[in-house]
Design a protein around this ligand. Structure first.
Ligand SMILES: Nc1ncnc2c1ncn2[C@@H]1O[C@H](COP(=O)(O)OP(=O)(O)O)[C@@H](O)[C@H]1O
Ligand SMILES: [Mg+2]
Length: 224
């Protein structure tokens, strides 16, 4: 069974009495262990699509299913807390906390069963993602952009969710850093059985994913 599925999901923005259609009936299945990318021009609705599958917004019609269950009946808040994580282009970390504290805050919010030694787990996770102990103890706004994005990824992983979403996560990073971050996404899908969905402008990233969709005029189509 698909871990995540959209069934005839539509979305529009209402501008006064004008309606701007963003998504036409969209039905897609996403599996665990796969790395997906979504391409599309600026303004095509990529962020809107991510906000629907992360329950930050609600479809105008249609359903989003998690393991076959409508996330509306599951409870949007519960879904966000326990089943999905999102990584933003601008990191959205808590600036007055250290890297390890940012990860611990996320762990304190989920209902998922986590190990008894969260601090140790947080340091290990940061280390896996390339942030050593010294950096982990530093305020996040004293870290470079690439390092902050790694902390955001560690935070997304810390709650042990199945679905990792990322909205142009390498948009603010230089090329070398981009490759390293993409390697992490691939590893999460291949070796940790996550469902990874990344919105990107980069054809290079898309080439490395298992499947690419292209969003144009409200239609999300298989690419290539
Ligand atoms: N809250 C909103 N109200 C009205 N229009 C919006 C709102 N948010 C986004 N839009 C418009 O919807 C379109 C799709 O936006 P978005 O999903 O952010 O696209 P992308 O992430 O592909 O750049 C854009 O034209 C944007 O201006
Ligand atoms: Mg966007």
């Amino acid at each position: 069974m698909a871990i995540l599925e959209t069934q005839d999901v539509t979305y529009f923005y209402q501008d006064g009495d004008r309606r701007r259609n963003i998504l036409k009936e969209t039905s897609i299945k996403f599996q665990r262990g796969k790395f997906y990318t979504i391409l599309g021009q600026s303004g095509s609705g990529k962020t809107t699509f991510l906000s629907l599958i992360s329950a930050l917004d609600e479809p105008k019609s249609g359903k989003v299913l998690y393991r076959g269950k409508d996330i509306k009946s599951l409870g949007y808040e519960r879904y966000r807390r326990n089943y999905v994580s999102i990584i933003f282009q601008s990191y959205n970390l808590v600036p007055y906390l250290s890297a390890v504290e940012n990860v611990l805050v996320a762990m304190s919010i989920t209902d998922n069963k986590l190990p008894d030694n969260p601090k140790e787990v947080a340091y290990n996770l940061l280390d896996y993602i390339g942030i050593n102990k010294t950096k982990a103890d530093r305020l996040v706004n004293r870290l470079s952009g690439g390092e902050q994005q790694r902390v955001a990824i560690a935070r997304a992983l810390a709650t042990n969710v199945d679905i990792i979403l990322a909205d142009e996560p390498t948009g603010n990073l230089d090329e070398g850093m981009e490759e390293e971050i993409v390697a992490i996404f691939k590893d999460l899908a291949e070796n940790h059985n996550k469902c990874v969905i990344v919105v990107t402008h980069s054809n290079e990233i898309a080439k490395q994913s298992d499947r690419t969709y292209y969003l144009k005029k409200g239609v999300l189509k298989r690419h290539g």
